[in-house]
Design a protein around this ligand. Structure first.
Ligand code: NAD
Length: 312
């Protein structure tokens, strides 16, 4: 399935030899698991976005809406302001009061839709209890919807039309493509089928002519299905779900899950949906958590902003 003609030669990636730290030996079979460095790949994407922005005479700008002052959303908005600034993207944060109604939030979205200088809109979550998130998201003009959350953009993904693609799904595809795996004819199992991650990932893979199994919490004999897969994408929201004995030796494993776990000593660790210890002994390529899909998702948002704002 790999363009190199081998399923287990993993010393090179992104044109450079991988460091020892980023590889793990499969002691049983002498193969090596290559860590897919989302930070490194994300930096390349961000550098590309920055170059596009500086070469364009159009202003790149991201308008984000934040309702209330949720701690995690505040941290995300601050880091977003920083990453936009680094890429030369103007970041405008629209703060709305915590008790905003659907009409208040929808009104702001509709106003931004009409403003000519606004080309990229995103909505921070959570919204106040009782406000229908999907209803608000579906109001964002599809050509400004840089998170790809408007159902029109999901539909465009299905039809293979040029559109803004959900950032995490785009990140997953980019990470798989970085392995040089030939997706045509490859067998892929996507674990999890949410509207924003699992389904768009499955559709993008179908568009690459992979043979895709979409699974969910009701899927029977999931380990048997993943064992036959060249690629496994874990996006179930269940920490450590995917184990080493679920994986075909040499397979590409993409871990989308994010779980913050606090130890009794108060130390915070971030875990994924993949059991790293066992899977890294079997897989050919694996995304670490943190440092895999997360930073690539941030980079893909910036790429979507550039796509929405710029002609180049
Ligand atoms: P979700 O809860 O909306 O959907 C989970 C899906 O997984 C559902 O389709 C469910 O049926 C399925 N599922 C649950 N248990 C399963 C099981 N045992 N076997 C098979 N399928 C199972 O979750 P989501 O929003 O898609 O997020 C999934 C994970 O990805 C979460 O950990 C989330 O934090 C993470 N996430 C990461 C990023 C990122 O940028 N890295 C972005 C979005 C979400």
């Amino acid at each position: 399935m790999y363009s190199s003609g081998s399923t287990c030669v993993h010393g090179f990636i992104f044109g450079a030899r991988a460091s020892n730290d980023s590889r793990r030996s499969h002691y049983a079979c002498g193969m090596t698991c290559q860590m897919l460095d989302g930070k490194l790949l994300g930096q390349k994407v961000r550098a590309d976005v920055k170059a596009r922005v500086s070469a364009s005479n159009t202003v790149a700008r991201l308008d984000a809406i934040l309702v209330g002052s949720d701690d995690a959303a505040e941290v995300y908005a601050q880091s977003q302001a920083r990453t936009c600034d680094e890429a030369g993207i103007h970041y405008v944060l629209h703060r709305l009061p915590a008790d905003s109604s659907y009409d208040n939030i929808a009104g702001r979205v509709l106003l931004l839709n009409t403003e000519k200088q606004v080309r990229a809109i995103m909505l921070h979550l959570p919204l106040p209890v009782g406000v229908d998130v999907e209803r608000v998201q579906s109001l964002i003009a599809p050509e400004k919807d840089v998170e790809g959350v408007n159902p029109a953009n999901i539909g465009n993904v299905v039809y293979g039309r040029r559109s803004l693609v959900p950032c995490t799904a785009r990140a997953v595809l980019e990470l798989i493509e970085s392995t040089k795996l030939n997706l045509q004819g490859a067998r892929v199992v996507v674990v999890g089928a949410s509207n924003i991650v699992g389904k768009p990932v499955a559709v993008l893979l179908m568009r690459s002519n992979a043979t895709v199994i979409s699974s969910n919490k009701f899927t029977l004999e999931l380990p048997q299905l993943t064992r036959g897969a060249d690629v496994v994408v874990a996006a179930a929201g269940v920490a450590g779900l995917v184990k080493g004995d679920w994986i075909k030796p040499g397979a590409v494993v993409i871990d989308v899950g994010i779980h913050r776990v606090i130890s009794p000593e108060g130390k915070t660790t971030t875990l994924g949906d993949v059991d790293f210890e066992s899977v890294s002994k079997v897989a050919g390529f694996l995304t670490p958590v943190p440092g895999g899909v997360g930073p690539m998702t941030v980079a893909m948002l910036l790429r979507n902003v550039a796509d929405a704002c710029l002609k180049i």
